[in-house]
Design a binder for this molecule. Sequence first.
Ligand code: HAM
Length: 410
Amino acid sequence: MHDSLPDEMKYWHAIEKALRQLTKQYGYEEIRFPIVEETLLFKRTIGEVTDIVEKEMYEFIDRNGISLTLRPEGTAGCVRACIEHGLTYNQVQRLWYMGPMFRHERPQKGRYRQFYQFGLEAFGLEGPDIDAEIILFTLRLWRELGLSNIVKLNVNSIGTLPEREQYRQALVEYFSNHMTALDEDSQQRLQTNPLRILDSKNPAMAPLITNAPKMLTYLNQDSKKHFDDLCHILEKANIDFIVNPTLVRGLDYYTKTVFEWITDELGSQGTVCAGGRYDGLVELLGGKPSPAVGFAMGLERIIELMKIHSTVEPDLLDAYLLLVGEQAEQEGLHVAEKIREKNPCFRLMVHCGGGNFKRQFKCADKSGARLALILGEDEVNNNTISVKFLREDRPQVTLSREEFLNREWI
Ligand code: HAM
């Protein structure tokens, strides 16, 4: 688990601002649900035989003897909350959330045990248009952040449960015929979750996986049309994407559309956003059947890309107020309050802790502020304030307080 220090915050604020703005533009509403849920919810949703449930959950018994888990992802809690409050009952919902998730993975750059996700979930719509909308939403984000050339969209369809069962059998047959070429991990997956073999990152497995049967040939007409229609909308929107037949996702709830936005700039942790359709999950968790589709993006990963490719201006102070002498120190905070009252957007830091002019001036310069406001003995006696321009070649001015308050400084 990692700390995010003030230096990095401009990126966090920029992406959060962009996301909030986009959710408004697209008409999505925020939902907040707990960080802790009953363990069973994640087991039933994500699937017993997945890396997350088998190896990565922060699971504990609470004081009532109930097994709880720190949420490893948001979809399960979101669906649980929607069912509990009747939000998906014969209704369309377009929702978003943002917050920390927890997975006990081996930490490395771009992979943390506590990480932040932004997620969208849309309920009650079964057509490919909504799948396309959430993809367009992400594309707009990449454009806003200057990352659209850095990430690439991969899409696939993994069909419905019966279609996938047929495909699973075909995969088992194929990989069983190549048992000796399978690495240890894949041999194990062959028994438990054969589709996940397609997800193997072992280069030695690549040729075998390339020649494996393809899910798309196991889709029935309805699923095939759904996928083709999605691809057409994406083509029409001029989105550069690839159909990746080995894209299967590591969570069990998906049906039909799956997609990932991938970059090759973050090494093995290159997936910055991932999601898909999960038409059976609301019913599985006890709700009235409702189709659904969504995605989540890892904010730390996107911020790593922003550090390289985005221009984000630091959130600098407008002014630093120096208080030189006892009288100024006594008056300073009140003067600052008046300034803030008059202009709420003015970013002003007051020097605290005393010290001579030279020391305070150094602090003003270091703060990054544009202006040093000086309140010394003369200024207190004459009801004035002096303004020094720290980043411009302009002479210092002394103004009456009234005049200072009435001038536009930003
Ligand atoms: P996921 O693929 O498990 O999907 O995670 C989504 C994104 O979260 C990943 O693409 C990655 O950017 C980020 N992420 C995952 N694990 C870590 C980690 N340990 N450290 C940093 N970032 C990480 C889901 O979570 C699904 N709930 C997405 C979804 C929503 N599908 C439908 N609706």
